[in-house]
Design a protein around this ligand. Structure first.
Ligand code: TPP
Ligand code: MG
Length: 282
C-alpha cells in the first residue's frame, strides 16, 4: 500500500489537474470531481488489483471500476493517467476536438482505463452487475466497483438494477454513492427528496457501509475495506459516502454552483493557491 501521506499528495495533485483541465477549456464538471478525489485515489492506489499496461478491456482476473456519473470525468482522467494508463500530458487535450478525453467518457476513442461510455445517468450499475455476474461465471474472484451520484439515484434504472443484483446475489459488487447532497440544479432534497439512501438499499436487499467523512483519506480507505470484507456473503454492497461537492477549494465547497462551471483566471489562481503541486503539473 502507498502510505497515507503519499495518497494525500496524490489527491492534491489530482485536484490541481481537475481545476486546470476545466479552466483550460472553460467547460466541465469540477464540483463532483473534487468531491470524489479521495475515493478515486483510494480505489486506484490502495484498493484495486489491476494492470494499467497493457490495458485489457475485458479485465479478466482484475478488479474492475465503472463510473456511472460520467460527468465527473476530470477526476477519473487525472487518476487514470497518474496511475499509468496513459500519458499525463494527454490531460491537456481534455474536451478538445477529437480528443480521447471526451467530456463524458466514451469507448470508441480507445482511452486505456475506460470500459464503458457514461454520462447518461442511471446506466452504470446495470453494466457493473453484468460484469460482476460474468466474473462469477468465469470463476474469477475479483471485485467490481461502481460510482454513482446521489442525484443519479433519482433515475429509475438504478432501482431496477438494485433489485436484480440482490435477487441474483451479486455479492462481488461494491457500488458507492457520492452522497454530496447536491445535483445540477440545487440540493438533492430540493429537487427530489429521497429520504434515507441506506434504508432504500437495505430494503432492496443490499448490505450497506456508511462513510461519514468521504474527503478524509483514512475514512474512505476504512469504509472501502469494510465494504470489501462484506463481499462474498450473498448480498451486493452499497457504500454511502458523504462528501462535499467542490472539496479542497474553499470557495467551491458545499454548493451545487460548481457542479458544472469552469473557474475563470482569478478563480483558478485562487484554487491553485490552496492545492500544493506534489507530482508536477501536466
Ligand atoms: C439521464 C440523464 N438525465 C439528466 C442528465 C443531466 N444531468 C447531468 S449531471 C446531473 C445531476 C446529477 O446529480 P448527481 O448525480 O448528484 O451529481 P453531482 O451533481 O453531485 O456531481 C444531471 C441531472 C444526464 N446526464 N443524464
Ligand atoms: Mg450529487
Amino acid at each position: 500500500m502507498t502510505d497515507l501521506k503519499d495518497l494525500q499528495k496524490i489527491c492534491s495533485q489530482t485536484r490541481r489537474d481537475i481545476v486546470r483541465m476545466v479552466h483550460a477549456v472553460q467547460s466541465g464538471h469540477p464540483g463532483g470531481s473534487l468531491g470524489c478525489t479521495e475515493y478515486f485515489v483510494a480505489l486506484y492506489h490502495h484498493m484495486m488489483d489491476y494492470k494499467a499496461q497493457p490495458f485489457d478491456p475485458d479485465g479478466k482476473n482484475e478488479d474492475l471500476f465503472f463510473l456511472s456519473n460520467g460527468h465527473i470525468s476530470p477526476v477519473y482522467y487525472s487518476v487514470l493517467s497518474r496511475a499509468g494508463f496513459f500519458p499525463v500530458e494527454e490531460l491537456a487535450t481534455f474536451r478538445k476536438l477529437n480528443t480521447r478525453l471526451q467530456g463524458h467518457p466514451t469507448t470508441h476513442e480507445g482511452l486505456p482505463g475506460i470500459r464503458i461510455a457514461s454520462g447518461s445517468l442511471g446506466q452504470g450499475m446495470s453494466v457493473a452487475i453484468g460484469a460482476a455476474l460474468s466474473k462469477k461465471l468465469a470463476k474469477d474472484d475479483h471485485l467490481v466497483y461502481s460510482l454513482h451520484g446521489d442525484g443519479e439515484l433519482q433515475e429509475g434504472q438504478i432501482w431496477e438494477a438494485a433489485m436484480y443484483a440482490a435477487a441474483n446475489k451479486v455479492d462481488n459488487l461494491i457500488s458507492t454513492i457520492d452522497a454530496n447532497g447536491q445535483q445540477i440544479d440545487g440540493s438533492t432534497d430540493d429537487v427530489l427528496a429521497m429520504g434515507s439512501i441506506a434504508a432504500k438499499f437495505e430494503a432492496f436487499g443490499w448490505d450497506t457501509v456508511h462513510i461519514r467523512k468521504g474527503n478524509d483519506m483514512e475514512a474512505v480507505i476504512a469504509g472501502l475495506e469494510e465494504a470489501r470484507s462484506k463481499t462474498g456473503k450473498g448480498k451486493p454492497i452499497a457504500v454511502i459516502m458523504e462528501t462535499a461537492m467542490g472539496a479542497g477549494v474553499d470557495f467551491m465547497a458545499g454548493t451545487h454552483k460548481w457542479h458544472g462551471i469552469a473557474p475563470n483566471d482569478e478563480q483558478l489562481a485562487a484554487a491553485l493557491g490552496q492545492l500544493e503541486e506534489t507530482l508536477g503539473d501536466y
